[in-house]
Design a protein around this ligand. Structure first.
Ligand code: URA
Length: 246
């Protein structure tokens, strides 16, 4: 595309941008702007109909900095003691770890981790992305760091690589990879995301999970800069890693 034929980027009124980001109804967002509570790229803007390019727009809303994204793609370092449910039963929800606008715009976890599992959890409000990442057909590999209750023996790792029979499953399930990485530590790569799959597989192999951490989904590793409970936006490079089909 040359400069003459390039279309100007699409612009959107500020009240609509705020609404899309989860700040409330269009009317409420318009009132926020008119009340002088919104800065755009560091400048006060009091006109709810002023138009801007949404993607990457930097706002300050009632003193809080916000970068606008058309779709939300996030990684969270899930801590222990949080449930991946909107209506948790026994522990707080992982959604309480996100800013209110992200919850309001309907961000959802891509699959679930148990309340006592830590590590990489993706979240998004893009239904197609969630479907692609969780579809059993795509077999996105997920890597788990497993602390075991008993010392691991090679026969257990071999059983996990060759396949173990789980209750209610028609055939044995094999890990894509399984290596012993410590006296009581395994690194397990799975293609599926069945209920309590790691715990059930390790139990079927004759050991027991003492602690579980997901370190990687496809080509994307948990960002070591994120402490438990912290989240960040996925970058275009992160999304490219997740889209890779190899
Ligand atoms: N397998 C489990 O048993 N638990 C998790 O949280 C994830 C995978």
């Amino acid at each position: 595309m040359n400069a003459k034929t390039a279309k100007p980027p699409k612009t959107t009124p500020l009240d609509r941008i705020l609404q899309s980001q989860g700040f409330g109804t269009r009317r409420y967002c318009g009132d926020l702007v008119a009340a002088g509570m919104v800065e755009v790229e560091g400048e006060l803007c009091e006109d709810p109909r002023a138009e801007f390019v949404l993607e990457g727009l930097r706002l300050t809303v009632d003193g809080e900095d916000w970068v606008c994204h058309d779709k939300a793609y996030l990684m969270l370092h899930k801590p222990t003691g949080y449930e991946c449910s909107q209506r948790p039963l026994h522990h707080p929800s992982v959604y309480t770890l996100l800013p209110v606008p992200l919850r309001e715009r309907g961000v959802q976890a891509v699959g679930r981790l148990d309340q006592d599992t830590t590590g990489l959890l993706l979240l998004s409000d893009d239904g197609q992305f969630i479907h692609a990442q969780t579809s059993p057909k795509r077999k996105v590999p997920k890597v788990y760091e497993v602390a075991t209750a008993e010392p691991v023996i090679e026969a257990q790792a071999a059983a996990l690589r060759e396949g173990v029979q789980l209750e209610d499953e028609p055939a044995p399930i094999a890990a894509l990879a399984c290596e012993i990485v410590g006296e009581r530590a395994l690194r397990l790569t799975l293609a599926e995301g069945k209920y309590h799959q790691v715990k059930r597989m390790v139990a079927a192999a004759g050991n027991h999970v003492a602690a579980l951490h997901r370190s990687r989904i496809g080509g994307l590793a948990l960002d070591p800069a994120l402490a438990p409970g912290e989240w960040r936006w996925l970058t275009p490079a992160d999304l490219a890693e997740l889209a890779r089909k190899d």
